[in-house]
Design a protein around this ligand. Structure first.
Ligand code: ADE
Length: 254
């Protein structure tokens, strides 16, 4: 997978991409992450990337030309974005902005299927609307709060994409067990010591009975989801056993 990031602050990406799973995925050749400085795509002497808004008002707006230039340079001249035969974009060009659609596990899984993705980090008061209308294919927000720029959001998106790539996780790090990948939150985990400050690991986990352990975990997952994120249950297909457990928990008022 090739990920291109367009940013005014390339140095922000150094540390997060030099550690842990993202670093390992880069080293294994599973992903290539190219950081492009938007300022390098200006053509004026002062490398101006922003200007004041038409109509007045505070702050600065990112100019369209450097962003169009950068995307064209990445994809090669003559390229026009459009839909593939499957009706999907061949190359998603995504603007990170608090106005975008909310990013979630399903969006991460969807994006990780593409061979190439371009992420544009917005900054200042905003981005010229023509970028939204004619350059980007999608706008993503990582949550209902305002960051100083799209960089941190791009890091979040990249991290969640990279861990979906086959081979990115070691066998000990199962993506399928993650919170949200099944639509439910993850069950509680314990490790040694068995007794810590008088707090014991649940007996069932020491029993060696794998079927019972799996059942306990599904129940805990469900219980945790009902208590913390009942909204998730509305979007999750439950099997018969889970529906039974849910009905029982509702009778017990959790
Ligand atoms: N840029 C500023 N705030 C953001 C957010 N919440 N998500 C994505 N990009 C952003």
């Amino acid at each position: 997978m090739h990920i291109h990031i367009l940013t005014l602050f390339p140095n922000m990406f150094t540390a997060p991409f030099s550690e842990s799973i993202v670093k390992r995925a880069i080293d294994r050749g599973l992903v290539e992450i190219a950081i492009h400085n938007i300022r390098d795509y200006t053509s004026d002497r002062h490398h101006v990337v922003d200007d004041s808004p038409y109509g007045g008002g505070p702050g600065m707006v990112l100019k369209p030309e450097p962003l169009f230039e950068a995307v064209t340079a990445i994809k090669g001249a003559g390229w026009e974005f459009g839909h593939s035969e499957k009706g999907e974009f061949e190359l998603p060009v995504i603007l990170l902005t608090p106005q975008g659609r909310l990013f979630d596990q399903r969006a991460a899984e969807g994006l990780s299927k593409y061979e190439e993705v371009i992420l544009i980090c917005g900054h200042y008061e905003g981005v010229d609307e023509r970028v939204r209308e004619h350059l980007v294919t999608d706008e993503i927000s990582i949550g209902d709060y305002v960051l100083s720029g799209g960089e941190l959001a791009a890091m979040v998106v990249v991290d969640s994409l990279v861990r979906q790539l086959p081979g990115a996780l070691g066998s000990e790090e199962a993506v399928g067990e993650d919170s949200h990948s099944s639509g439910l939150l993850e069950y509680p985990q314990y490790t040694r010591p068995q007794s810590f400050r008088g707090w014991e690991v649940p007996e069932i986990l020491l029993s060696g009975n794998h079927a019972e352990i799996a059942r306990w975990r599904r129940e805990q997952s469900l219980r945790r989801t009902i208590r913390r994120r009942p909204d998730l249950l509305e979007r999750t297909a439950l099997n018969d056993e889970e529906r039974g457990l849910l009905a029982q928990m509702e009778r017990e008022e959790y």
